[in-house]
Design a protein around this ligand. Structure first.
Ligand SMILES: O=C(O)C1=C[C@@H](OP(=O)(O)O)[C@@H](O)[C@H](O)C1
Ligand SMILES: C=C(OP(=O)(O)O)C(=O)O
Length: 409
């Protein structure tokens, strides 16, 4: 399904949108609930990835296909490694079979796990024979994906002696590791994170039921930051349910989008985003996004829509996500008239005042390509190819855009 966006404007200058729970928090809590069944979860994400995670954790199937869900692939690899007497094949989409998992598999094998590769060494699909893991100390590379580290931390409290990780290299996507440890803490599972060492203690659960409420998804909120940034002065969109002390690193959006003239007000359980000032076209944005890689596409497109120069670093993880996001951004932004230079970890968008119209944006099976480019519909008419990809993280996306007044065909 392609969606044509006719040049639109926000119909109501004061709109409200409810976004469901964070995909990252939901996928962690679902795994923890499988280990500690007394946990109750509220405001779960309705994303495909979280539904797949939920299904996989309750499945008796011999082959589990998690499609494009990277966190699910990594977290479930750790989970099934400790499911005594259960044997599963964990597989995914063709892209999933290109997303590396060796660092995690090696770490689990060092702890005693029985995992083998069914196709290419270092990549899914995996055959996992669950067993009791007796070791607790392991060293792994930390500069490729934090998901490997979170996967180990999530099962750690169910190992006999907990876990002691030594992290090698510059740690990437740190807020996601801290999110994992914070959720463990909410369940009473003790951990320590000091320089390049993380330890988690073994934990015996009580039977007392405990309810955890997932904060709504900040990565999904990024598209509304972009929409407000590209809107007329005083446009306001309220998003529910968010809080100031977020576990999600992408909440840095509130700071970053000040540069694009967007003010964030926290009130009760929501945030009001307001276009509070116009931007000087000479402005140049310079950001290190190693702590918030998922909002890089949104920011690049906002900067382009406003004609600004934008330099982003810390993007090394983008190459192994749903697609090579650096290459995809360069190709699609250049179709619209941008000039973009990329390296393996940076993107430089030159300032430009033209936006080509009626361009067809390819999405590369990447939800964030579709959602990042959609706000440009406030500046020009464009087509988003295969627009249903958004369901990976945000199935309500297009309906929410319609409710704002976007003219979608
Ligand atoms: O742990 C998580 O929930 C995630 C960690 C990040 O991955 P990397 O650590 O691979 O950057 C992020 O990009 C992904 O969308 C979700
Ligand atoms: C990278 C992402 O997800 P995952 O790695 O879980 O597929 C994402 O949602 O942008």
């Amino acid at each position: 399904m392609d969606i044509h966006i006719l040049k639109s404007s926000i119909a109501n200058r004061q709109s409200s949108i409810t976004i469901t729970g964070s995909k990252s928090e939901s996928n962690r809590l679902l795994l923890l609930q499988a280990l500690y069944p007394q946990i109750r979860i509220e405001n779960l994400s309705n994303s495909d990835d979280s539904l797949l995670m939920q299904k996989a954790l309750t499945s008796n199937a011999e082959v589990i296909d998690i499609h494009h869900a990277g966190t699910a692939m990594r977290f479930l690899t750790a989970y099934f490694s400790i499911q005594n007497n259960q044997e599963v094949v964990l597989t995914g989409s063709s892209r999933m079979k290109e997303r590396p998992i060796k660092i995690l598999v090696d770490a689990l094998r060092d702890l005693g796990a029985d995992i083998s590769y069914l196709e290419n060494e270092g990549f899914p699909p995996l055959k996992i024979k669950g067993k009791k893991l007796s070791k607790s100390k392991v060293t792994l590379k930390a500069n490729v994906s934090s998901q490997y580290i979170s996967a180990l931390l999530l099962i750690a409290s169910r190992l006999e002696n907990g876990i002691e990780l030594t992290l090698d290299g510059k740690i990437t996507s740190i807020p996601y590791i801290k999110m994992t440890l914070s959720l463990l803490d909410e369940l009473g599972i003790k951990s320590e994170f000091k320089s390049n060492k993380i330890s988690v203690q073994a934990h015996v659960s009580s039977d007392k039921s405990q309810t955890l409420v997932v904060e709504s998804d900040w990565s999904s909120a990024s598209y509304f930051y972009s929409i407000v940034a590209l809107s007329e002065l005083n446009t306001e969109i309220t998003l529910t349910s968010y809080k100031k002390d977020s576990l999600q690193g992408d909440s840095v959006l509130a700071e970053i989008y000040k540069e694009f003239g967007v003010a964030t007000k926290f009130k009760d359980n929501s945030i009001a985003l307001t276009k509070s000032s116009n931007i000087d076209s000479q402005l140049s944005i310079d950001l290190d996004l190693s702590n918030a890689p998922d909002i890089a596409q949104t920011i690049a497109v906002t900067a382009f829509g406003l004609g600004l120069e934008c330099y982003m670093s810390g993007l090394h993880t983008l190459k192994i996500k749903e697609t090579d996001r650096l290459v995809a951004l360069k190709i699609e932004l250049e179709k619209l008239g941008a000039e973009v230079e990329i390296t393996d970890a940076t993107l430089h968008l030159k300032p430009s005042s033209i936006i080509n119209s009626d361009v067809s944006i390819a999405t590369y099976k990447d939800h964030r390509m579709a959602m990042a480019f959609a706000p440009l519909g406030l500046r020009t008419s464009l087509t988003i190819k295969d627009a249903d990809v958004v369901s990976k993280s945000y199935p309500d996306f297009w309906n929410h855009l319609k409710s704002l007044g976007f003219n979608l065909k």
